[in-house]
Design a binder for this molecule. Structure first.
Ligand SMILES: Nc1ncnc2c1ncn2[C@@H]1O[C@H](COP(=O)(O)OP(=O)(O)O)[C@@H](O)[C@H]1O
Ligand SMILES: [Mg+2]
Length: 327
């Protein structure tokens, strides 16, 4: 175990020149949003047309950039090649509800069931996973459009990516079976109706489209040349435990783990014998957890970022943090 960075963030990106989808995951408050901002700004400075996107219900990017980037792709002031976009969660959810309602109504009509669609819509959309899924759909829409050379997503859709990839096999089997039985039912109906005209089957079209979308997403998200998930931690017990679990999941599902960013390290140079005890104790604690980090994430630490005297806000502060993240 080497107690030093072997492959830095810069080295990793250099070794993956076709990287297009970059995600940051980790516990709340560890610096995912700032790391995403710094990385997007750095990629833009390398001449890549870059989108910094958030699928997060909290308005994090507008705050980070001190600029309103809500609801539309917005050129970031003072940073050529960089756009930012905070997806409107409410709008997405409303649209998804409308779509689901249409599908349910169509299905009820198709199956000759005379129940009000509304009851089903309610139970389908009250599910807490519904919002997350809607955001995930948004994210893959952006990915498929390929309007930018690089995409940096604030906050990895950890649970969803995991669910998607874990379920995709089962899901594919299930959809294929559904398709087969619908195909059979349809030919039977056609046979019985004595007409040879093909009936429209929007539900089947939907299932097919959905299956293909998920497969496409799976292919992109598991491609090591195009995708990397980075995990941000502090030298503290809980954030380390969180990313240890995430990295385990991601490995199991074949999602490329780009590496680990350690944030908010106290600058040793500034700690003296006369410094307050809490500072000295904290530094000692960080040292202990750094030992843990080198051991647990051997060869995977990409950067060590200092704790700054102020929060990281605005493109100037992002640029400064960029010097630490991309040394
Ligand atoms: N290295 C750092 N030094 C000082 N403040 C930081 C540093 N990294 C992040 N912050 C601040 O900590 C807070 C949480 O960071 P944020 O990126 O929003 O975390 P997350 O997105 O993981 O919840 C923000 O106020 C941010 O400006
Ligand atoms: Mg955040």
């Amino acid at each position: 175990m080497a107690k030093e960075i072997e492959t830095s963030m810069r080295d990793y990106l250099k070794a993956h020149p076709n990287l297009r989808f970059i995600f940051f995951g980790g516990k709340g408050g560890v610096g995912k949003t700032v790391s995403a901002g710094v990385t997007a700004q750095w990629l833009a400075s390398q001449g890549k047309r870059t989108l910094l996107a958030s699928t997060n219900p909290v308005h994090s990017l507008s705050g980070l950039l001190s600029q309103d980037v809500f609801g539309k792709h917005t050129a970031v002031t003072g940073v050529p090649n960089l756009w930012a976009y905070e997806i409107d969660t409410k709008d997405t959810i409303e649209r998804s509800k409308v779509e689901i309602r249409e599908k349910i109504q169509w299905f009820l009509k198709y199956a000759d069931i005379t129940t009000k669609a509304e009851d089903f819509v309610e139970s389908a959309t009250m599910n807490p996973a519904f919002e997350e899924s809607a955001m995930f759909e948004n994210m893959i829409d952006l990915m498929f459009k390929a309007e930018y050379e690089a995409y940096v997503f604030d906050t990895a859709p950890t649970a969803n990516a995991r669910r998607l990839l874990g379920m995709s096999k089962v899901y594919s089997l299930w959809v294929n079976k559904m398709l087969k039985s619908r195909e059979e039912a349809r030919s039977l109906r056609e046979l019985l109706s004595f007409t040879k005209k093909k009936e429209a089957d929007p539900l089947m079209d939907y299932l097919l489209t959905f299956r293909d979308r998920m497969e496409h997403a799976r292919v992109l998200l598991t491609d090591e040349q195009q995708t990397a998930f980075f995990f941000v931690t502090l030298p503290e017990a809980l954030p380390i435990a969180v990313i240890t679990r995430f990295i385990g999941w991601f490995r199991d599902f074949g999602i490329p783990v780009g590496g680990v960013v350690v944030n908010m390290l106290i600058d040793r140079q500034q700690v003296e014998a006369t410094s307050p005890d809490f500072v000295k104790n904290r530094l000692a604690m960080q040292d202990r957890y750094m030992d843990d980090i080198w051991e647990k994430f051997d060869g995977m630490v990409r950067a060590k970022v200092p704790l700054y005297e102020n929060e990281v806000r605005g493109v100037t502060a992002l640029g400064r943090m960029g010097q630490a993240l991309f040394v």
